[in-house]
Design a protein around this ligand. Structure first.
Ligand SMILES: C[S@@+](CC[C@H](N)C(=O)[O-])C[C@H]1O[C@@H](n2cnc3c(N)ncnc32)[C@H](O)[C@@H]1O
Length: 392
């Protein structure tokens, strides 16, 4: 593909990414893969270059762009090599017209920038939400140890005891250690939130929002595969990804529990008052994951934010019924918004006087509202809020 054709391809893909974000459809990565599936003429270098253009353009725009072309024009404003490629030649985008408006720059749609600002995320901290994420792995302590595991490339040790960092796009999934279940891909911040659970062998631990089991696997490793680990979710497709991952990782204690939304308590009846720990890795706005999914900013609406914060407070109250006296609840969101972090946790403590907040001894993050907040700027991780409370 010519450089001009790559720009035109990026514009067409962005049109689809924008439409998909508006209707709550497939994420950008899938849109890109699908686009190339029917364009076999594109080689691997073309794919990489077009993908880079698409992601750079997404990062350059704040609010949802009207069109892919407007998004690319925004990117072109900061990259002198791009405007000449709008030359109208075969497969190239049409020439830029006088007065043609690029999409708006910014961190996010305005309402969301304001919510971030109220939560103390402005300037550099806000800009860092759109930086490029590295690739972090967790060495699976059930099968290996960071200190002795030989890997094709030496990573940078992270604060999390089994964490290693690599440049983005390192093909770790092709490594023998990955196939052997000795390593998992997991953001360093996510690994730190698992430390807050402090899950131990022999305990009963409920992972209330297990999804595909990223944290479940880390908890099983921390428990040395001893005890009871109940991985729950309301999304059948996500939960079904756990079994093959658990098998590869050698995890034998995780049992899955599919719940009906709004009827979670019924499914959890056998565990009421039995849990030593309940992890709530709650559904959230995902504002902490924009480094990887910049189009997440364009999917979020105020109504969706209100919906997920409602689920968060409901699950927090449900967790109180699940823990035994002395048991602990760990609340996690991959968000930097206080309404999904410090504010949510403070309101929970006020509603539940028998729950007492605990100070976390993780040497990272900024103390906020009884918990810790990790951010791309200060911690080099995805954005997370994590807090722990114990039932008196
Ligand atoms: C942040 S994701 C979990 C990620 C997962 N723990 C991991 O580490 O890979 C949030 C999960 O909450 C689930 N969820 C949404 N509503 C729920 C509910 N009412 N009860 C339990 N889980 C819910 C979603 O399906 C999603 O899988």
């Amino acid at each position: 593909m010519t450089p001009q054709a790559r720009v035109q391809a990026a514009i067409e893909i962005l049109d689809e990414v924008i439409a998909s974000a508006r209707r709550g459809g497939a994420p950008a990565d899938r849109v890109i893969t699908e686009w190339f599936r029917t364009r076999r003429f594109a080689g691997s270098k073309d794919r990489r270059a077009v993908r880079e253009l698409v992601y750079s353009a997404m990062r350059a725009c704040g609010a949802v762009p009207e069109t892919g072309r407007a998004a690319l024009l925004r990117l072109a404003q900061g990259d002198a090599a791009l405007p000449p490629l709008f030359d109208g030649s075969r497969h190239a985008p049409a020439p830029i017209e006088a007065g043609e408006q690029p999409a708006e720059a910014g961190i996010a749609p305005r309402w969301l920038e304001q919510r971030l600002a109220v939560s103390g995320i402005t300037g550099e901290a806000a800009q860092a939400l759109l930086s490029r994420a590295p690739l972090d792995i967790r060495v699976n302590a059930l099968k290996a140890d960071r200190a002795t595991l030989a890997l094709p490339e030496a990573g940078e040790p992270l604060l999390a005891p089994q964490g290693l960092r690599y440049p983005a796009n390192t093909p770790v999934e092709q490594w023998d250690a990955y196939q052997a279940g000795q390593i998992e891909v997991q953001d360093g911040g996510s690994q730190l939130t698992c430390l807050a659970v402090d899950a131990r062998g022999g305990e009963t631990v409920v992972d209330l929002c297990a999804g595909g089991g990223g944290k479940t696997l880390a908890l099983a490793a921390s428990m040395g595969n001893r005890g009871q680990l109940i991985a729950c979710d309301v999304d059948r497709a996500r939960l079904s990804r756990l079994a093959p991952r658990a098998e590869r990782a050698g995890v034998i204690i995780a049992q899955t529990l599919l719940m009906n939304p709004n009827r979670e308590r019924e499914a959890l009846a056998p565990f009421l008052g039995k849990a030593d720990a309940v992890l709530i890795d709650a559904p959230c706005s995902g504002t902490g994951t924009w480094r990887r999914q910049p189009e997440g900013r364009w999917r979020l609406t105020e109504a969706e934010l209100a919906r997920v914060t409602g689920i968060q407070s409901r699950l927090l109250d449900l967790a109180v019924e699940l823990v035994k006296p002395g048991g602990r609840i760990i609340f996690v969101t991959c968000s930097l918004l206080d309404e999904e972090g410090a504010g949510q946790f403070t309101a929970f403590l006020a509603r539940q006087p028998r729950m007492q907040a605990e100070t976390l001894t993780i040497a990272a993050g900024e103390p906020r509202g009884g918990g810790l907040r990790f951010s791309p700027l200060s911690d080099g991780t995805d954005g997370f809020f994590v807090a722990r409370a114990r039932l008196l």
